[in-house]
Design a protein around this ligand. Structure first.
Ligand code: GLN
Length: 196
């Protein structure tokens, strides 16, 4: 099972390491053609405006929308979550507009630009070690979106069917259980009878 990591900007190598630990094969994705061989895709953290620009430049927008339309799972972390969102607070134009959520960028304020915490996540037994770096928040979710975790009453992990989003960086610790959760999403999808 192959899981691509969009390699235009951001924490790519760390995601690949975590995917490999979770029992799938992580592949850095630099060209749209590579998506054809992938069963799932991770959009990493970094800077969402830059990632959005590079995605447009290298024609990833329609290719990733098509990937999603085929039901293939996508996991956005931090800036990757912003890129997945249908709406960004303020007048900023959204990017992929795949997930029915409204996000606020850099939502934790200056004093708390970066911090780590143990975060309970629905579907994972023990809390997950989460690193927040100039992290976004999910302000609103649509009816089809399940909230998987909150931090101080703010939504920081959510799932909409085959789409998973986290405000933080799960790849910057040794705890790869969120990657394992995503690998399971990819595995159960590829084993679903209607896909055979
Ligand atoms: N603040 C960044 C943005 O708005 C996201 C930060 C991150 O990915 N660590 O794009």
């Amino acid at each position: 099972m192959k899981i691509g990591v969009l390699a235009l900007q951001g924490a790519v190598a760390e995601h690949i390491r975590s995917i490999n630990l979770a029992g799938a094969e992580g592949v850095p994705i630099k060209k749209v053609e590579q998506l054809d061989d992938m069963d799932g895709l991770i959009i990493p953290g970094g800077e969402s405006t830059t990632i959005g620009k590079l995605m447009r430049k290298y024609e990833f927008m329609d290719a990733i929308r098509q990937f999603s339309a085929e039901g293939k799972p996508i996991f956005g972390t931090c800036a990757g979550l912003i890129v997945l969102a249908e709406r960004i607070q303020g007048d900023e134009e959204a990017h992929l507009k795949l997930m029915d959520i409204t996000v606020a960028r850099n939502a934790f304020g200056r004093q708390r630009e970066s911090f780590e915490t143990d975060l309970p996540v629905k579907g994972i037994e023990e809390p997950v070690r989460a690193v927040f770096i100039r992290a976004p928040l999910i302000l609103e979710v649509g009816a089809g979106v399940e909230v998987l975790s909150t931090y101080k009453d703010e939504i920081v992990t959510a799932r909409q069917g085959h789409l998973l989003a986290a405000s933080y960086h799960p790849e910057l610790t040794d705890d790869y259980r969120l990657h394992q959760y995503f690998v399971e999403m990819v595995r159960s999808r590829s084993m679903a009878p209607q896909q055979l």
